[in-house]
Ligand binder design. Sequence first.
Ligand code: PLP
Length: 394
Amino acid sequence: MTAVLKNSGYDQAALVAAVKSVLPETRPLPLHEPEFIGREQEYVKDCIETGWVSSVGAYVDKFEELVAEKSGTRFAVACMNGTAALHIALVVAGVGRDDEVLVQDLTFVASANAVHHAGAIPHFVDSERETLGLDPDALDAHLSEVAELRDGGAFNRATGRRIAAVVPMHVFGHPVRMERLAEVAARWNIPVVEDAAESLGSTRNGRLMGSYGMLASVSFNGNKTITTGGGGAVVTDDESLARRLKHLTTTAKLPHRWAFDHDEIAYNYRLPNLNAALGCAQMEMLDRFLAEKRALAALYRDAVADIPEVEFFDEPEGCESNFWLNAVLVPDRAARDALLETLNADGIQARPCWTLMHELPFNRDCPRARLDVTGELVDRIVNLPSSAKLGRRS
Ligand SMILES: Cc1ncc(COP(=O)(O)O)c(C=O)c1O
């Protein structure tokens, strides 16, 4: 073990034993596995037999209704993945070429990529210790330092660029302090577009994630709580935005019985009916998966409770997280890497947080705030296997 750990009370062997006490002995044990134990085969077979496999069909319409319901919004527009969903959400929110978009540095690369896809520049901000997500107070302080309000919008004084949106991301399903963020964003006249890719079913003060922003994107990638294989959606309460989203994600085709006419350059981002069929069946399992993931989180919480200098990352106060990925915090980067080596060598897929966005070569020149908390968190987080079935006890 490294010198850093010698004098601390941290005991990796105790932590590994605790993690193993929660898990079955089967190996390899993936970080997050999809599971198809409902009506998936029936619905997919129905698509194949009827020929409705592509961008039109009853399942994709139904799936949109279900996604809206589970996001606490009036509308959902299904997309082919969560990255496309976030891209189109930003476009519809008014983000354009050479704008800046505030994005937390501690996120999956797709959050920043979507900003680049919109022709804009990500501007990285810090997370907070209590949620892992964007810190609204630090954001407010940063904006006071670098931004000014003029012409009805916020502008970065150093670059002269408009700050066109803020993208909070609910890390591992733990909700950002959205009420406070909404206040700050409103004061700076910056639209909020939630990256709710990881947080389907999570609530804060009883309100579902995805329902706070002007728009929010969700992902149904194979590693998410429920999956469509690949898939995503944008959710919103605003009917005109929903209509615009549908238009832009379906090549801006003008409705007509036989003519093929389009009124602008747009995208072929629609989720196929075949994938939506899988999604409809998965949605029927969502409440059960959420309960099982909650049970798994309780097992990890109890197992590591007495281990010095180890913290189970729990849901923030007032929140019910979906515990998409369980996480423990260890003392430092050396402890993190040693734990990752040991668990992975044993066939237990554990992983660190993402490489920070500002450290990726294509983001190095992007503006950024102080990232002190992010820097500490990234050194200490280890994600543990989190499939719903690991919380199933009968
Ligand atoms: C935070 C975050 N944003 C966006 C995405 C993109 O979703 P997708 O993989 O469906 O494109 C993901 C996950 O994959 C994610 O975790």
